[in-house]
Design a protein around this ligand. Structure first.
Ligand code: BGC
Length: 702
């Protein structure tokens, strides 16, 4: 803790600009400054460090400013079990308090002392000791590189919601466990009673196995907070967060009322909601939303619980549109993309994770493609062309890097993550869980999409030579893929669901063979019993490829299938967030023995986009939803589906409801939005702003 005392003649307003290498929180005269947590946030610190600014009030007489700082992402144990001091080896604080015409800045006159926070880590949790002697550590050394400072870019992490204990459990092994009923990300606040003296420890877990507290899936993350106190106190860790549903308590027994979970994440505005007539299906959608909340802790991450919690590029790429429907993610994604650009290699390769705390770079389909696909998705969702202009240079560099892996015009070498975690098992091993689909087929197909995006950006910014270049490249690549992966008669030579899905979705299949491929895909899915065998790459497009090619009923059956593997299987197994793997929990309730089981991974939650766009039928016809097409497509088994989306032009809502013999299509459109609705009889009607409903005889699902 760094501290400075100073005297002010009369009470006055002041502004505090502050940042740290590590994580900090500030107090003025014993009161916390602001309501942000995990500040200054997680960025690629050597290139960009955010500064927070707070309005504060100074009192007449002596004032004390105290800033506590800890390792955090900057110099803590991060990432994985081996990571340490990713960005530096010492914490530091820079603070500047401005009032009247005076300025107080961190310098060698500040006093440094130990804090009651004895140690803290993102993965391992926090140790607080209110009985410890907090020794003075002065003198302070003054050195701080101010060249990378930028103002705060996105909403900070805040305490968003309090969740009370649902049940106290004594496990078969005798552990005292508190169940919050929801897998969430945040911390737990504990109130100790007056007569408590000593140390209490809390540890976190996502699941119980055979009724017992289970932490093996956290790998090396200790996820443990401990507090030493004398008497009554309200305790809460400061510089860590956990992903958990269950908490184990040792050292004391407390009633429910003394234990509360605090959900902490980036404070984004909630912009989208879907309601349906099916409680199981609603639970799935809630799981997706909770997954988003738990994985938007200052960066879009893969998971919030184990020794990982990294900004994996592929995960946010597939989840981005769902995320943008659910919450206003403009600011957090602006920040993330700024880091993505600055962490890109000189020669255009992308880091696996952003901020890049691994030293890996590559050009992998979906993962590295995120430099083009994420900005494009954000442009389509928000209509802000800056997502394109800001990233165009990086996209061009990436395309050049990708071409280095081409042989005769096709990507044919280099590392790929492939259809990660797909269950069409033949190639499936623990080291190489990539599913069965040819990784370079995937790479080439996805690259046509990157080229299409580049071409469209070039067109939008009026860069004709680039537009032409990318158009030619895209056409040539599609031709090459057709030559290499389709038989002379036009049949796709690969037989996996993912290959068929991608060929349809990204329009690789020659037009004359489209119908046949769609039929083959449908048969393939039916043969798999409507179960999901696709991985991170096939899954986000699976239902679109079916529905948009005449097999909407099949898409709905896959979505509502309760057997393993599938979305509702997880719900039936008690999931309250979306899992990393379809088989993270086996039907007998035990974790997949291959390991790497996160119970809060949003990638497969990307299915929610399909519900907004196809089932409820809210589809943008122009970037930012300036023009929309409303086309609800009822699903068998879902009698009512209603979606609302707060677009930049106002609230757009749509859906349907079956009532006995009839089905009602319903929509609400803001004034400025030009829209049309496609009715079950195929008629298209233009609509002005307002609320509409149309009644038809039951169309069942189409
Ligand atoms: C992460 C992922 C990520 C993947 C890439 C995993 O460890 O949790 O979600 O995309 O690695 O291979």
């Amino acid at each position: 803790m760094l501290e400075k005392k100073f005297v002010v003649e009369k009470a006055t307003d002041a502004s505090l600009k502050i940042t740290a290498l590590g994580l900090y929180y500030a107090e003025l005269n014993g009161h916390r400054v602001g309501d942000a947590f995990l500040t200054p946030g997680f960025t690629s610190y050597r290139k960009m460090l955010q500064v927070q600014e707070y309005e504060v009030k100074l009192k007449a007489g002596e004032n004390v400013i105290a800033v506590s700082v800890n390792d955090g992402w900057y110099c803590g144990r991060f990432p994985f079990e081996w990571g340490n001091r990713s960005y530096g080896d010492r914490c530091a604080v820079y603070a500047e308090l401005n009032y009247e015409d005076k300025k107080i800045v961190t310098d060698e006159n500040w006093i440094a002392r130990e804090s009651f926070i004895r140690k803290s880590g993102i993965y391992d949790g926090e140790t607080q000791d209110f009985t410890a002697e907090c020794k003075t550590l002065t003198p302070c050394e003054v050195s701080f590189d101010a060249s990378v400072l930028v103002p705060q870019i996105c909403e900070p992490v805040r305490n968003i919601e309090r969740v009370s204990v649902k049940e106290i459990i004594r496990t078969p092994q005798g552990e005292l466990v508190y169940d919050f009923g929801q897998n969430l990300t945040g911390v737990v606040e504990i109130k100790t009673p007056e007569d408590f003296r000593g140390t209490l420890t809390i540890q976190f877990a996502e699941i119980l196995v055979h009724g017992n507290f289970y932490t093996a899936n956290l790998r090396s993350a200790k996820a443990t907070d401990s507090f030493t106190v004398n008497g009554a106190r309200t305790l809460c860790p400061e510089f860590t967060f956990h992903g958990f549903r269950y908490m184990k308590l040792e050292g004391v027994e407390l009633p429910k009322e003394n234990v509360t979970a605090i959900v902490r994440h980036t404070d984004m505005k909630h912009t989208g909601r879907i309601y349906t007539s099916d409680t199981r299906f609603n639970r799935l959608l809630e799981n997706v939303v909770w997954g988003q909340r738990g994985n938007f802790v200052d960066i879009p991450s893969d998971c919030p619980q184990r020794d990982e919690r990294l900004g994996w590029t592929g995960d946010i790429n597939v989840f981005c549109r769902t995320a943008a429907f659910n919450y206003d993610i403009r600011a957090i994604m602006n920040k993330w993309l700024a880091d993505a650009r600055s962490d890109q290699s000189e020669t255009g390769e992308m880091p696996f994770v952003v901020p890049n705390v691994l030293s890996d770079f590559g050009t992998e389909a979906i993962w590295a493609d995120s430099i083009a696909m994420v900005p494009w998705t954000l442009y389509e969702m928000y209509g802000d062309v800056r997502y394109l202009t800001d990233n165009f240079f990086a996209i061009k560099k990436f395309i050049a890097a990708r071409e280095k892996h081409m042989v005769n015009g096709l990507i044919a070498k280099g590392h790929e993550f492939g259809d990660w975690l797909a269950l069409d098992k033949e190639m499936f091993t623990e080291e190489n869980p990539v599913g069965r689909t040819d990784v370079y087929f995937i790479a080439n197909v996805l690259h046509t999409n990157v080229l299409r995006i580049a071409m469209q950006i070039a067109k939008l910014v009026g860069d004709e030579p680039s537009e032409k270049e990318f158009r030619i490249k895209q056409t040539q690549l599609i031709k090459k893929i057709q030559q290499a992966y389709f038989t002379a008669s036009g049949r796709l030579a690969l037989d996996t669901v993912t290959a068929q899905v991608l060929a349809l979705y990204f329009r690789i299949v020659p037009a004359a063979h489209r119908e046949q491929l769609a039929k083959t895909l449908n048969e393939n899915v039916v043969r798999h019993g409507y179960r999901v065998v696709t991985g991170f790459i096939g899954t986000p497009y699976l239902l679109f490829a079916l529905s948009d090619n005449g097999y909407h009923d099949t898409a709905c059956r896959v979505l509502s299938n309760r057997e393993f593997p599938g979305w509702l299987y997880e719900v039936d197994m008690g999931a309250t967030t979306v899992w990393e793997r379809w088989n993270s929990l086996l039907p007998d309730g035990t974790p997949n023995p291959d390991g790497m089981n996160s119970y809060n991974h949003y990638a497969y939650g990307s299915v929610m986009e399909f519900v907004y766009r196809r089932i409820a039928g809210i589809e943008a016809r122009e970037a930012g939803f300036r023009k929309v097409r409303i086309e609800p497509k009822p699903c068998a088994g879902l009698d009512m589906v209603k979606a609302e989306y707060e677009s930049v032009y106002g609230k757009i809502a749509a859906g349907y409801e079956r009532q006995g013999e009839k089905v009602i299509f319903w929509t609400e459109i803001p004034k400025e939005v030009e829209s049309e609705i496609v009715l079950p009889n195929g008629k298209i009607k233009s609509l002005q702003g307002g609320e509409y409903s149309f009644v038809f005889k039951d169309v069942k699902s189409r």
